[in-house]
Ligand binder design. Structure first.
Ligand SMILES: Cc1cc2nc3c(=O)[nH]c(=O)nc-3n(C[C@H](O)[C@H](O)[C@H](O)COP(=O)(O)OP(=O)(O)OC[C@H]3O[C@@H](n4cnc5c(N)ncnc54)[C@H](O)[C@@H]3O)c2cc1C
Length: 488
């Protein structure tokens, strides 16, 4: 690092980062901070991947990810490092509902991703028989968990299908857009998986995890945080910090080929240029990483090609507050930040977030509007997404009318499709990731990161990026080698 300018020496190791989503940007940030010369190449015309802000009726909102887990440090620290520390804001309300069995019902407390510790908390949400069945779980013979198990399968076996269908499924669906009967318990709730292996009763395992969490974080702050103006502001803020450290960021620059260079290092080809680098961080989604690794690591490439994705659409709607009945923001709508919809109830939408209620900054920035969004589409139900935009808006309004009595017409509607939005974590995914990493480790100077590997949430993506960057920086060839760009 050049002490005067805070930028890398010209002879510092050169690392190319492929992909300018939050993982690639976090990797670039870590690398420039450690003195590497960095070039980040992003295929799209904008940075951020699944993080994106946009406008509805003149109000700035998130059109992709909107909230970051604050109980782990990575996202909050990156936002602070990128100068957004004083814009971090927790949700104004944490209460939500579940639209099931014909009514909006308060989201119960005291569960781990929908797996309850106390059956009594589920009264009303579930039938009385289902609650009784859960209470009798400790009488069952202990479960065999093996190396991994689908969370839905285990919970259905121990506690009955109703709690999977009405609570676990919508909660997991909100994170993975996946299917609880396929999703790996080990990947989705690793701590609960471990606890369940050590207990005869799943209810007891949940209570142990809850007690640990309470003991570890007495009086801890909010679980989630947003960013005033939208979480979608984070990518450009990180990019600005990367550039301030001398990093180069090129958009509209898809990488089309990746190969080891004859004398060591890597050759990274785009349509128009070839870059050489001492190291490469591959922060692209699985299908793209698979294509780029086809020659240098056919085994990693084949594993990556098997990673499946779920697609979804977000429908953002803006209403005039005066068009909503009653008094106060979001009047007429139920209290709280929104509601989840279990697939078993057969509705078009799978969730609705009352953005104006959830985010104080949006409430203040657009005092005449009430903004909410719905999400549609989950793994294996992509046919919903083939519908026209106006049909998705109409389906959302019909469900909102039935669930919450919303009769007003929106003044603006925005449909954002996220095709291949979320990698799926089925049973066996952690083992697949281990195999990918093992194969990639054979490639000197190359590492992978992003939503495919250690979790789809923003902090997990950032953590995987830091791991990739740190491993690259620790490689002896990277310590003091000179990188040069060719073809420029
Ligand atoms: C609708 C939606 C809502 C979500 N909400 C939340 C939320 O509220 N909170 C949360 O924590 N998480 C949320 N997530 C998950 C989280 O946003 C993502 O998992 C995360 O942002 C993924 O980051 P990434 O960098 O791994 O991948 P991406 O964001 O997919 O970025 C990868 C980038 O690589 C680029 N690329 C691909 N191929 C190439 C190539 N050959 N050359 C150059 N560039 C390439 C792509 O254009 C893209 O920009 C949400 C996801 C979706 C889809």
């Amino acid at each position: 690092m050049n002490a005067d300018t805070g930028t890398a020496h010209a002879d510092a190791a050169h690392v190319v980062v492929i992909g300018g989503g939050i993982a690639g940007l976090a990797a670039a940030h870590r690398l420039v901070g450690s003195g590497a010369r960095v070039t980040l190449l992003e295929a799209a015309s904008r940075l951020g991947g699944k993080l994106q802000t946009g406008e509805i009726a003149g109000a700035q909102v998130d059109l992709g990810a909107e909230s970051m887990l604050a109980r782990r440090p990575e996202a909050v620290e990156l936002a602070r490092a990128a100068g957004l520390g004083d814009r971090l804001q927790p949700p104004a309300t944490a209460s939500a509902s579940v639209w099931t069995r014909g009514a909006l019902r308060p989201m119960p407390k005291g569960h781990v991703m929908g797996v309850p510790g106390d059956p009594a908390a589920l009264a009303g949400l579930l039938s009385a028989e289902a609650v009784d069945r859960i209470a009798r779980e400790p009488e069952l013979p202990p479960a065999e968990l093996g190396d991994d198990v689908a969370i839905g399968a285990l919970v259905a076996e121990r506690l009955g299908r109703e709690v999977v269908d009405r609570l676990v499924e919508p909660l997991l669906g909100g994170v993975y857009a996946g299917d609880a009967y396929r999703i790996s318990m080990r990947a989705a709730v690793p701590r609960l998986f471990e606890a369940a292996r050590g207990h005869a009763s799943l209810l007891a395992a949940v209570r142990e995890v809850q007690a640990e969490a309470a003991a570890a974080q007495p009086g801890a702050g909010p679980v989630f945080t947003g960013i005033e103006g939208g979480v979608g502001l984070l990518p450009d803020a990180v990019a600005a910090a990367v550039r301030a450290h001398g990093g180069r960021i090129l958009t509209e620059t898809p990488v089309v080929d990746l190969a080891r260079a004859a004398g060591g290092g890597w050759r990274i080809r785009t349509d128009e240029r070839t870059f050489t680098a001492d190291g490469v961080v591959l922060a692209a989604p699985a299908w793209s990483a698979s294509a780029l690794l086809a020659d240098e690591s056919p085994a990693a490439s084949a594993e990556l090609a098997r990673v499946e994705y779920a697609s979804m659409a977000l429908v953002t709607l803006a209403f005039r507050r005066t068009d909503l009945a009653g008094a106060g923001a979001g009047r007429g709508l139920p209290d709280g930040s929104g509601f989840l919809v279990p697939p078993v109830d057969g509705r078009a939408i799978k969730a609705s977030t009352f953005s104006t209620r959830k985010w104080g900054w949006l409430d203040r920035a657009a005092p005449d509007l009430f903004v909410l969004r719905t999400s549609l589409g989950r793994y294996g139900e992509e046919e919903q997404l083939h519908r026209e935009d106006h049909e998705l808006v109409a389906a959302s309004l019909a469900d909102l009318g039935e669930a919450a009595g919303l009769a007003a017409r929106p003044v603006a509607a925005e449909v954002t499709r996220w095709i291949g939005g979320l990698p799926q974590y089925p049973v066996g995914h952690p083992a697949r990731v281990a195999r990918i990493r093992e194969e990639v480790a054979k490639l000197p100077g190359l590492r992978v990161c992003g939503a495919v590997y250690d979790g789809v949430g923003i902090p997990a993506c950032i953590a995987s990026a830091h791991r990739a960057a740190d491993e690259i920086l620790a490689m002896p060839t990277l310590a003091r080698s000179a990188g040069q760009d060719a073809g420029q």
